[in-house]
Write a protein that binds this ligand. Structure first.
Ligand code: NAD
Length: 361
């Protein structure tokens, strides 16, 4: 049995989310050992450059480190979580690895693949676990979409549209500033593209990308990306921050049906064909014409069904980190998969800048 202590660098919104997750009950106990012992994970302290966040940590009963150096020098700390703005990930991750700590870094792990490679090299040199918090791999809306695809519930899927829409623009913090690695591609794109790569096994052959600058001129406040995989499947990834009516989170088109997942709560439905033979349509009249093609299907040829149910537990992220430190598992979020996503985002920046499609893999 071992007690693992995690210290947080950057106790802002997401740093505190990790604190709450880890300190919520005794969920960690007994999940990783496999030889009868019980491992524990706790948050032992934090460091933030803002006094207000240092005070918040004190109020929550955490040890408050007066400096980064003090945190890194504490032998009690087994794992360092880096949850600061994007441009500071690289230097803090490398410092923590050089201090002999295992490190979990928030997404986007780095601003580009070159930075990320330096971090990987530092982890190899230190012989420590270095992991990236791609937590949206555990989102149930994603896992539902993946199940529909994997199990061919709609037959052969030819198009997937994955979107997140908000109407508040970019939050008025570092996310709007290029020097801090702001912009919606590195913020939300990193999640949705990671999901796309995880879901479709083939290579990405071609990328179209368009950025929007509706509320922010300095970084993209939204984007639409079209990925064509080598099996012909087209995957649309879209982030909007000026959308006062949301399109569905997922829209999946297969040869034998369509699925719509409305939101993160996985509301939605699937409609599947039951009888291809009855194809005669009664034309419908529109205000200025007639159409057979767009006439709705009759009920006897289709079946509307609920979405399949998929449950997940985000706490498995930390269970896997501990099991990896103990040498019992490999990282579930492999560094290779994160690198592929970093390179995809670089290609998307290029496609958007050049205003023309780019080849990828
Ligand atoms: P935030 O602005 O709420 O918090 C960042 C904190 O870091 C602040 O308290 C700030 O004072 C502190 N900080 C800045 N520089 C520091 C330094 N050098 N040393 C110590 N502390 C420092 O931002 P956030 O929303 O918590 O985002 C932090 C990271 O988490 C970003 O990389 C972001 O992309 C990521 N994030 C991930 C998810 C997710 O679902 N995985 C969600 C939100 C944010």
């Amino acid at each position: 049995m071992k007690d693992f202590n995690l210290a947080i660098i950057g106790l802002g919104g997401m740093g505190n989310w990790h604190r709450e997750l880890i300190t919520s009950g005794t969920w960690f106990a007994g999940t990783t050992t496999g030889n009868g012992g019980i491992d524990h994970l706790s948050v032992c302290g934090s460091y933030d450059i803002l006094e207000e966040r240092q005070q918040f940590a004190r109020d929550k009963g955490l040890r408050v480190y007066a400096s980064l150096e003090e945190l890194l020098a504490d032998p009690k700390v087994d794992i360092v979580l880096v949850a600061v703005p994007n441009d500071m990930h690289k230097s803090l991750v490398i410092k923590a690895l050089e201090a002999g700590k295992n490190v979990v870094c928030e997404k986007p792990v780095a601003l580009n693949s070159g930075e990320f490679q330096e971090m990987i090299d530092a982890s190899k040199k230190a012989g420590k676990v270095f992991a990236v918090h791609q937590n949206r791999r555990w989102d149930e809306d994603f896992l539902t979409a993946k199940k529909i695809y994997d199990e061919k519930l709609l037959g052969e899927v030819f198009r997937i549209e994955s979107r997140v829409h908000g109407s508040r623009g970019i939050p008025g913090d570092w996310r709007g500033m290029p020097e801090h690695g702001g912009g919606m591609l590195l913020d939300w794109g990193v999640h949705l593209l990671d999901q796309a790569l995880l879901m479709i096994p083939g290579k990405v052959k071609k990328i179209y990308a368009g950025f929007t600058n509706i509320t922010n001129e300095l970084v993209e406040d939204g984007f639409t990306v079209e990925l064509t995989f080598d099996n012909g499947l087209v995957f649309i990834v879209e982030v909007g921050t000026n959308n006062f009516i949301n399109l569905p989170r997922w829209y999946i088109l297969g040869r034998d049906g369509t699925a719509q997942i409305d939101n993160f709560a996985v509301e939605g439905t699937m409609v599947r064909i039951t009888d291809w033979s009855k194809n005669d349509a009664v034309p419908i009249r529109t205000a200025a014409g007639l159409t057979k093609t767009m006439a709705p299907r009759t009920k006897d040829t289709i079946k509307q069904e609920p979405l399949p149910e998929v449950k997940s537990d985000i706490r498995d992220f930390y269970r896997n980190i501990i099991a990896t430190i103990l040498g019992r598992e490999e990282l579930k979020v492999s560094l290779d998969s994160v690198m592929r996503n970093m390179k995809l985002m670089e290609a998307i920046f290029k496609a958007a800048k050049e205003g023309k499609p780019v080849a990828f893999e």
